[in-house]
Design a protein around this ligand. Structure first.
Ligand code: ADP
Ligand code: AMP
Length: 212
């Protein structure tokens, strides 16, 4: 099963991706996580990407497309994958189509209105080690500021500040939302209501994937 997750920052893509990846046994590929790993390892790519990410801007396509192409050529992607945060531009979507031998099965849009996003993002806490995502109010960790999965100390992402979230949302509506039409025209778009409780969203996703 080859799935692309769509939706604004804070829609719940990462949260749902962890569950989908476990249930369907396909790798969860998050370009955001890949960039953050490169930043923490101070690679050349990480140093270049950081400048864009801190401002809430997209990392240029030239730096993004190749890392995904490379990742998808790994053995573990043979029977499918779940892309989270890629593609984010029409150019990336076209590149993805060009390097897959078969088209993707489902582009799953998690719909959340702009008004809900700010509270979601500013209350988000993440695990820097395993990437698990929590929310201080909607999805708190069992022990305050400790990851339920691996026990690491949770952090607040630098780009989850009020100012950067506003920029990231503008970028989403300008550069990424056109992908909804792109995948609709290919008849692979499915939509779920991302404002419901996390577990209900996951049930809805399983329903949609079962029908596809
Ligand atoms: P994305 O990967 O789309 O940017 P996340 O999965 O990191 O989004 O979710 C953003 C924030 O919203 C996190 O703090 C997460 O715990 C919270 N969240 C995710 N899904 C829901 C939901 N259905 N209801 C309320 N909060 C949610
Ligand atoms: P995310 O973890 O998906 O919220 O991504 C965090 C940041 O990483 C984004 O705001 C972008 O700066 C960058 N990024 C992640 N994926 C992409 C992509 N496909 N194209 C360009 N930039 C990206």
């Amino acid at each position: 099963m080859k799935i692309v997750l769509l939706g604004p920052p804070g829609a719940g893509k990462g949260t749902q991706a962890k569950q989908i990846s476990n249930d369907y046994n396909i790798p969860h590929i998050s370009t955001g996580d890949m960039f953050r790993k490169n930043i923490s390892e101070k690679t050349e790519l990480g140093i270049k990407a950081k400048g864009y990410m801190d401002k809430g801007l997209l990392v240029p396509d030239e730096l993004t497309i190749d890392i995904v192409k490379d990742r998808l050529s790994n053995e573990d992607c043979k029977n499918g994958f779940l892309l989270d945060g890629f593609p984010r531009t029409v150019k990336q979507a076209e590149a993805l189509d060009s390097f897959l031998t078969e088209p993707i099965d489902t582009a799953l849009l998690i719909e959340v209105p702009r008004d809900n996003i700010l509270e979601r993002m500013t209350g988000r806490r993440v695990c820097p080690k395993c990437g698990a995502s929590y929310h201080i109010k909607f999805n708190p960790s069992k022990i305050e500021m400790k990851c339920d999965v691996c026990g690491s100390e949770l952090i607040q992402r630098k780009d989850d500040s009020v100012e950067t979230v506003a920029e990231r949302l503008d970028v989403y509506y300008k550069q990424t939302e056109p992908l909804v039409e792109y995948y609709k025209s290919k008849n692979v778009l499915c939509t779920v209501d991302g404002t419901k409780d996390i577990n209900i969203v996951f049930e809805d996703i399983k329903d949609v994937l079962g029908r596809n």
